[in-house]
Design a protein around this ligand. Sequence first.
Ligand code: BG6
Ligand code: MG
Length: 219
Amino acid sequence: MNKYKGVIFDLDGVIVDTAKFHYLAWKKLANDLGFDISLEQNEQLKGVSRVHSLEQILKWGEKTIPEDEFQRLMTSKNEDYLVKISDMSEDDLLPGVKKVLDFLIENEVPFALGSASKNARPILKSLKIYEKFNGIVDGNDVTKAKPNPEVFLIAAEKLKMEPKDCIVFEDSVAGIKAANTAKMISVGIGEEKVLNEADYIFADFTEIDLGFIEKIVRK
Ligand code: BG6
Ligand code: MG
């Protein structure tokens, strides 16, 4: 039997600093519609699928729009976002992430991606880490968005691990809820006051030492 648990990483805001570009793209969309989105509101959008994010934003702005306009806004937000991340390279891995990935690889600890983003695969390729994952589950593979645990449960299957033997790294409230509902170990990356439901919380990966990883992944 494998002596290690499996690790599941969220993408945006955990592996790479794309969370700010999602925010900027949504903010621009809201501003064009005549209102604004605060950083506090943005916390509720993290981890949330594109379609649910737009529904939530329109609610905040008290806007009702026809379906074709909804689709147009989804496309234009994504185009705007893709321009913002177009020059991404391996230098854009968040500080401390590479050290953890290298440790997992050296110790043959399996790890997967569990992301709401439909852009996850090309982003992993730009970061030159696509091949390193033992499984990838993204917004194209799920029918239910976080906080539903589906994305992490499929990732656990890909790792051939029981949910209780999976550790999830997440920066969003929705993602921490999803991990907890799946009965996985949740590690929040971000602010304690936002991610207080997580089992462990760190500001970022530079705060995580390999001793912690070694301890937490051991079965
Ligand atoms: C999540 C982000 O990872 O993916 C959300 O936290 C984003 O902000 C969601 O809306 C969907 O991403 P995409 O790339 O499919 O629009
Ligand atoms: Mg995230």
